[in-house]
Structures are given as structure tokens and as C-alpha cells.
Design a protein around this ligand. Sequence first.
Ligand code: FE2
Length: 135
Amino acid sequence: MKKNRRLVQFAVVCASETLIADYLDILSKDNTIQNICYEVTKRHALDERSHSGVFSHVALEVLKNESKETRTLFINTLKSTVPLFAHTEMKEWEKIFGILNFPNYQEILRDTDTLKNIGIYDNSVNKLLLRLGAM
Ligand SMILES: [Fe+2]
């Protein structure tokens, strides 16, 4: 159904926008990164912060008069989208690097694979879920 497809797309966008805003907010306060990266991240974080709340607000407005079924679809999509942002896609990168015969790619993949604990800054998503009565 077209409405459900759009709702799923909107839930993924809400997860994406709130997760990136939280992540950039953390990263923009890390002055140990290279100066140019720090400045770019700081500005990107300001941009994301200025509009990320709009998505949560619209989600609450859109869902407030919707059925339990529709709300559940949105909530479940939002919840299942969050872990996707921590997926390293190592198998895909291995194929890409292999096709490109990228120098030292096996070593890069091995190094990256040791960083298994990837944090997700999900405060804003959790706040939205809480306001939707899902937590
Ligand atoms: Fe954004």
C-alpha cells in the first residue's frame, strides 16, 4: 500500500536525520581530529541540529491521529533502522576493494574488523520513541 510505503520511508528518514545529528554533535566537540575536519563537522552539526527536530515533530503530528497499526509500523521501522547505521558492510567492502585491487585492502579490512564495538548515538531516536509511547 502506498501510504505504508511512504510511512516506512519517512521512518527511515527520521532515524537517519536524528542519528546523524546526534553523531555529528558528539564529533563536533572532539577537537582531537584534524582542524579542517573539525571545522567542517562543526558546521555540518549546526546544520543538522537546525532541522533534525523538525522530523521528530512532524512524525508526532502525523502519527497522533493514526491507527495503532500505522503507529506500530512506524515504530518498528524506526527501531529496525537504527542498527543499520552501525553495520560495517565489511563483506561488501571486501568485494569492492578486491575488484579495485586496492593496495593493502586485506590489512585495512583486518584492522577495521577489530573495531567491532561501534557506538550508535541514539538519544534523539529514543526520545522520539518515548514520545510515541514505544519505550
Ligand atoms: Fe539532515
